[in-house]
Ligand binder design. Structure first.
Ligand SMILES: *[C@@H]1O[C@H](CO)[C@@H](O)[C@H](O)[C@H]1NC(C)=O
Ligand SMILES: *[C@@H]1O[C@H](CO)[C@@H](O)[C@H](O)[C@H]1NC(C)=O
Ligand SMILES: *[C@@H]1O[C@H](CO)[C@@H](O)[C@H](O)[C@H]1NC(C)=O
Ligand SMILES: *[C@@H]1O[C@H](CO)[C@@H](O)[C@H](O)[C@H]1NC(C)=O
Ligand SMILES: *[C@@H]1O[C@H](CO)[C@@H](O)[C@H](O)[C@H]1NC(C)=O
Ligand SMILES: *[C@@H]1O[C@H](CO)[C@@H](O)[C@H](O)[C@H]1NC(C)=O
Ligand SMILES: *[C@@H]1O[C@H](CO)[C@@H](O)[C@H](O)[C@H]1NC(C)=O
Ligand SMILES: *[C@@H]1O[C@H](CO)[C@@H](O)[C@H](O)[C@H]1NC(C)=O
Ligand SMILES: *[C@@H]1O[C@H](CO)[C@@H](O)[C@H](O)[C@H]1NC(C)=O
Ligand SMILES: *[C@@H]1O[C@H](CO)[C@@H](O)[C@H](O)[C@H]1NC(C)=O
Ligand SMILES: *[C@@H]1O[C@H](CO)[C@@H](O)[C@H](O)[C@H]1NC(C)=O
Ligand SMILES: [Cu+2]
Length: 568
């Protein structure tokens, strides 16, 4: 039970307490059992990790301002952690989830109780495993409704529909991961993409199980689109229907009417679908946006069906919507670059865009290589593929950084994460010296004072192969104030920043051989992970963490650790 006391300042203490008890509200509890479950897709069966046997896992529902409690039981044979992606978890990094950053994994047979506290978020988020590649099948939607008594930033939709894009391998994902770790090359690409756990009828053996959305003509539906794929940015569209984007990463946007969407792994996009077309059924579809030259990709297309209620006479067979070509970078940025937040009106964004910042960081995000004994690895020229931020390829510590920070345990991490790249070079040049390709290994964090105002410019490089990097930050969202191709120009580019209505996101795809600038205020004390949300890049070391120090008052300080933190 959670009790709230003292909303009205009543003079008599006794009465106030009585009132307080009357205001107790039951906190919703959920039970997540991680287990191995047989699933059949693409004509073959394998055992996958699930929550409660479900793929996608259970949807969590909350109102803005709620706290829910999830008891995670690990009944599988792998270590696991669960992350509430995009949930800020104010003052409570203990329950954020990334393994060896804020907690040790929950071991087989173990249990961990996590609070999920919704503060500023409203819209759609999701949860996923944050250990090795188990998030391949361990994920689900989070729907955050407006506070009771307040309304959406748009007319209330007729219904909400999570649309979760996923990725499926016929082989065991742990075998794919182990092989990827051993060979040092690119991982095997997936065999299918999924919509709400189903590949759709362009693949063998999935016609029966294609996801179908029944709609009524004249009604408007809120599609809560989530990219839960491990390795791919995706294009998504619905045949013959334009959709209106109204939010991203649980923050409202100005309505944007589009024919297709680009969505990064980690990102969520809320869109309104008006059921206003004459036929009985229409395809929705998703396929890859893959920008790295020479890197294999899954070129398949996943589909689901929109079925108009009451129209059962088959008209012409449904056709596929237009989706941009797999390497159409212009189409990708065209969508992403048009998002704008609601800066005024009914839903003002509570934390305003920092007009000036105290810290300015330039972080290069690169794919790299390490030499491999006898050139025997599967990366370019027998090397082992790697990745880095500011030329540091992150090495996971053996106990979590949060614990080491809180208990002053030395030797777990360093505090010298550089504010700029160690070497200035033409980051996006077509040819770069091979000597620049090898990063250094380290476990470095950046320590910031409470409430620090920060600008981070993510600069993609063309080392090994330029590609997009969807960078994701835990604990705080950021405003995406600018982006461009080529090298960031610190004199010219800031003049073009949007400091008026930039979108508030937790994940931003840094365009291939380009840059993206974000601004934010770190008002949440704790240890917060920042990483590329392409799982192979994360495994190669494209990540770092921020430590945000406690503020001066009790309510600007981290909570003490819960008593059931998993041990390493
Ligand atoms: C989690 O929520 C419970 C119930 O409100 C509370 O007692 C506990 O202190 C919270 N834990 C943390 C770490 O915030
Ligand atoms: C929302 O408010 C209405 C009217 O005040 C009340 O009946 C309802 O139970 C509330 N719902 C929740 C989820 O608190
Ligand atoms: C990866 O793909 C290769 C080539 O198709 C295949 O030989 C290998 O068995 C696959 N690895 C796994 C773990 O399935
Ligand atoms: C996908 O790639 C395979 C193998 O290269 C090729 O045979 C197939 O035609 C491609 N399919 C599409 C839809 O591009
Ligand atoms: C996209 O790929 C096609 C071949 O598949 C190639 O001709 C074209 O140049 C590529 N476009 C870009 C922007 O790389
Ligand atoms: C996006 O595409 C539209 C239509 O092709 C075009 O008018 C617009 O200028 C493009 N915007 C950006 C930011 O690329
Ligand atoms: C590298 O090659 C040498 C000579 O062939 C061999 O002795 C050595 O064991 C090899 N090392 C590895 C790690 O394969
Ligand atoms: C592989 O080696 C060749 C010859 O030294 C070199 O030209 C090429 O750039 C190398 N490729 C990579 C990705 O390191
Ligand atoms: C990264 O660091 C390594 C080791 O210090 C160095 O050899 C390499 O040139 C650096 N590369 C870049 C791009 O800074
Ligand atoms: C942190 O910044 C906010 C403004 O964004 C301000 O209202 C608050 O007082 C600051 N808190 C501290 C402790 O500096
Ligand atoms: C599981 O986590 C524990 C604690 O960190 C660690 O010692 C163990 O090696 C992990 N097991 C695997 C298979 O990664
Ligand atoms: Cu994440």
């Amino acid at each position: 039970m959670r009790c709230s006391v003292g909303v009205q300042a009543l003079p008599i203490l006794g009465l106030l307490l009585v009132l307080g008890i009357h205001r107790c509200e039951a906190i919703v509890h959920h039970k997540f059992v991680i287990q191995e479950t047989p699933y059949t897709r693409l004509c073959s069966t394998k055992s996958i990790l699930t929550v409660n046997g479900q793929l996608p896992g259970p949807t969590l529902y909350a109102h803005k301002g709620d706290t829910i409690i999830v008891d995670v039981y690990n009944k599988a044979k792998y270590n696991i952690t669960i992350h509430w992606h995009g949930v800020k978890q104010p003052r409570n990094p203990w329950h954020d989830g990334p393994e060896y950053i804020t907690q040790c994994p929950i071991k087989p047979g173990g249990k961990f109780r996590q609070n999920v506290t919704f503060s500023l978020e409203e819209g759609t988020l999701w949860w996923h495993a944050h250990s090795d590649w188990s998030r391949a099948t361990v994920y689900g939607a989070i729907i955050i409704y407006p506070k009771n008594g307040t309304s959406y930033a748009f007319a209330k939709p007729h219904a909400d529909v999570p649309i979760i894009l996923g990725e499926w391998w016929k082989q065991d994902i742990f075998a794919i991961y182990d092989e990827f770790q051993q060979t040092g090359g690119d991982p095997n690409v997936s065999d299918a993409y999924l919509i709400n756990g189903q590949p759709g009828d362009l693949y063998p053996c999935s016609k029966q199980d294609t996801f179908r959305l029944a709609v009524e003509y004249g009604k408007t539906y809120l599609l809560r689109l989530i990219n839960a794929a491990l390795q791919d940015i995706l294009f998504f569209a619905i045949a013959d229907h334009q959709v209106t984007v109204v939010g991203t990463d649980a923050s409202y946007t100005k309505p944007l009417k589009v024919d297709y969407i680009t969505i990064s792994p980690g990102q969520t996009i809320d869109l309104l679908l008006e059921a206003n077309q004459p036929n009985d059924h229409y395809y929705m579809a998703a396929r890859v946006y893959s920008s790295a030259a020479g890197v294999a990709y899954d070129n398949t297309t996943t589909t689901a069906l929109i079925q108009y209620k009451g129209r059962y006479t088959p008209s012409s067979p449904p056709h596929l919507p237009y989706l941009p070509y797999y390497n159409d970078t212009a189409a990708s940025v065209n969508f992403t670059g048009r998002l704008r937040s609601l800066a005024s009106g009914d839903h003002p964004v509570p934390i305003t865009v920092p007009q000036t910042v105290k810290h300015k960081f330039l972080f290069t995000v690169s794919v790299n290589t390490f030499p491999c004994a006898n050139d025997s690895c599967a990366g370019p020229n027998g090397s082992r593929l790697a990745a880095s931020v500011n030329n540091i390829s992150f090495v996971s510590p053996s106990i979590d950084i949060l614990q080491a920070y809180y208990y002053h345990i030395k030797g777990v991490y360093g505090t010298r994460f550089p504010s700029k790249p160690p070497l200035k070079f033409d980051f996006t040049a077509e040819y770069l010296p091979l000597a620049l390709e090898t990063p250094r290994k380290g476990t470095e964090v950046k320590v910031l004072e409470y409430n620090a105002t920060v600008e981070i410019v993510f600069q993609g490089t063309n080392l090994v192969a330029g590609t997009d990097h969807p960078m994701h930050l835990h604990g705080t969202s950021f405003y995406v104030v600018g982006w461009g191709f080529g090298n960031f120009d610190k004199k010219k580019d800031p003049k073009r920043y949007n400091l008026v209505d930039p979108p508030l996101q937790n994940t931003i795809a840094v365009p291939k051989n380009g840059w993206a600038a974000v601004r934010l205020q770190f008002f949440n004390p704790g240890v917060w992970f920042m990483h590329c949300h392409l799982e192979r890049h994360l495994s190669w070391g494209m990540e770092m963490a921020f430590i945000v120090e406690n503020g001066p008052t009790p309510d600007t300080q981290m909570f003490p650790p819960p008593s059931d933190m998993p041990l390493c």
